[in-house]
Structures are given as structure tokens and as C-alpha cells.
Design a protein around this ligand. Structure first.
Ligand SMILES: [Zn+2]
Length: 253
């Protein structure tokens, strides 16, 4: 398997109707310069240094990772995300922050350590919450200002220092749409690489308050029945979409 990244994009091969990963032939027929890091026996993971070479083969294209998660099979998406995050981690931790010495890859390939002071440097993972708030037979969907016009989703936000994840859920909902919630229940989790979040998903119920938007972040928000959803998240792969699917299925059953 060849996972070739350039910045926030992955190299894919476009056939008539599908997308696939490039094979060894694609890589040798062009003079691609790779800064190579092999993470596993089965995968070559590398950073592409000369993307201008790709113009010589019309089937090869660098595709933004936000689109890649919709184009490949979920199992493959997980491998792509793992490789991209490990590549980013290794590229941004070349030196020990305690003593300045060069870091080395541990034999497992999963973390780095300082060659001089032996300090282990682990990849940073940022916990974040995402929550489907329901009120009777309706679900709270919102549009952040940075969303495209047809994209709606459930609320999400990063955990702050000193918070439990349940406190994050309640605080973010109150900050973004001005309502209080109750019965916060764990739903599931998903690693989300934009930039390095472990998304912890919850369901919750409306408790009280009226919707008042955070004017800096939110464009719109409201409670919608399963058959009148105004839009969906941009990624089918995302746990946001799974939360909304779960709500819709519960309404139909
Ligand atoms: Zn050190």
C-alpha cells in the first residue's frame, strides 16, 4: 500500500468511476521525490516533495483529506488517517524539547524518543465532544459560520483544561446556542484528523432556555424533525453523521 501525502492531501488514482491508492508503477514512472517514513511492513508512507511531477499523469491527483474520507472504504480511511497523523507527528517532533537532541523512532514505530535524555515523546491527541441534543421528536442542528450553505450538523467543541468531557458538552451547547441540556449519554468515539481530535460523541436532551446564537461562531440553529432536516454534515464517514442517522432511525422505528 502506498500512502503519499502532500500537505493536507493524499495522492489518489482516478479511474472512470472510482478512486484508489497509487501502486508501485505509478510511483516509478514519475520522478517523485519522497521523504519516506515506513510505518508498517505493508505500507509505504511518505511525504511528496515535488507535486509538480503529477502533471505528467492525468490520472493522479492530490485530493484533500476532507474529501478522501468520503471516497475510500472506511477501513482504508482509518489507515490513511493513522498514517497522516503519524507522518505529521514525526515531521513536527524532530528534536527533544528538553535538551534539543535529535529524536529517534521507537522500535514499535508508534512513538519517538530522545536519543540523549531518553525522554519519550508521544503523539498529541486532543479530546473533543460532539452531541446530538433532542427535544421531543426533534434534533438540534446548527450551521457554523465556516460551513458551506447546505451543511448542517450537531454541535461540537474542544475540551478545555480542567474539564470533564461531560462539562465540555454542557458548556459548548450553552455557549453556542444558549440552551441547557440534561441526560448526557455516551454514544461512541471516532478519531478525527482535523487536526488531531478524538471525537467523543454523546446524546442529550433539551432542558430549558431559548436558542440564542453565539454571534461570532454560529449562522443558524434550530430543532428539526427527522423528515425536515435542513442539511447534513459534509462527511458521511463522520460520527456527526452517525449521530444523525441514529436519531432518524429511532424516529422511524
Ligand atoms: Zn532530550
Amino acid at each position: 500500500m502506498h500512502l503519499i501525502f502532500h500537505e493536507q492531501s493524499l495522492l489518489l488514482v482516478k479511474t472512470s468511476s472510482t478512486w484508489a491508492l497509487p501502486n508501485a508503477t505509478h510511483l516509478t514512472e514519475l520522478d517523485l521525490q519522497l521523504s519516506k517514513i515506513v510505518l508498517a511492513d505493508t505500507a509505504l508512507v511518505a511525504q511528496l516533495m515535488n507535486p509538480e511531477q503529477l502533471a505528467l499523469n492525468a490520472a493522479l491527483e492530490l485530493v484533500n483529506l476532507r474529501q478522501v474520507v468520503n471516497l475510500l472504504e472506511p477501513k482504508l480511511v482509518e489507515q490513511v488517517i493513522f498514517a497522516q497523523q503519524m507522518l505529521h507527528y514525526q515531521r513536527t517532533n524532530n528534536y527533544c524539547t528538553h535538551c534539543g537532541s535529535q529524536t529517534m523512532v521507537a522500535p514499535t514505530g508508534k512513538w519517538l524518543y530522545c536519543a540523549l535524555c531518553q525522554r519519550e515523546i508521544y503523539p498529541q491527541i486532543s479530546p473533543a465532544m460532539i452531541v446530538a441534543v433532542t427535544r421531543g421528536d426533534k434534533i438540534l442542528l446548527a450551521q457554523a459560520k465556516h460551513f458551506a450553505a447546505d451543511v448542517w450538523s450537531v454541535l461540537a467543541g474542544f475540551c478545555e483544561v480542567g474539564e470533564s468531557i461531560e462539562q465540555t458538552v454542557a458548556r459548548e451547547v450553552l455557549e453556542e446556542v444558549g440552551i441547557q441540556i440534561k441526560n448526557i449519554r455516551y454514544f461512541g468515539s471516532q478519531y478525527w484528523p482535523f487536526p488531531n481530535s478524538l471525537m467523543l460523541a454523546f446524546t442529550a436532551e433539551y432542558a430549558n432556555g431559548e436558542i440564542v446564537l453565539d454571534a461570532d461562531e454560529m449562522r443558524a440553529a434550530g430543532f428539526y424533525a427527522a423528515d425536515e432536516l435542513p442539511g447534513r454534515p459534509s462527511s458521511k464517514y463522520s460520527i456527526a453523521n452517525q449521530l444523525i442517522d441514529d436519531f432518524v432511525q429511532r424516529q422511524l422505528s
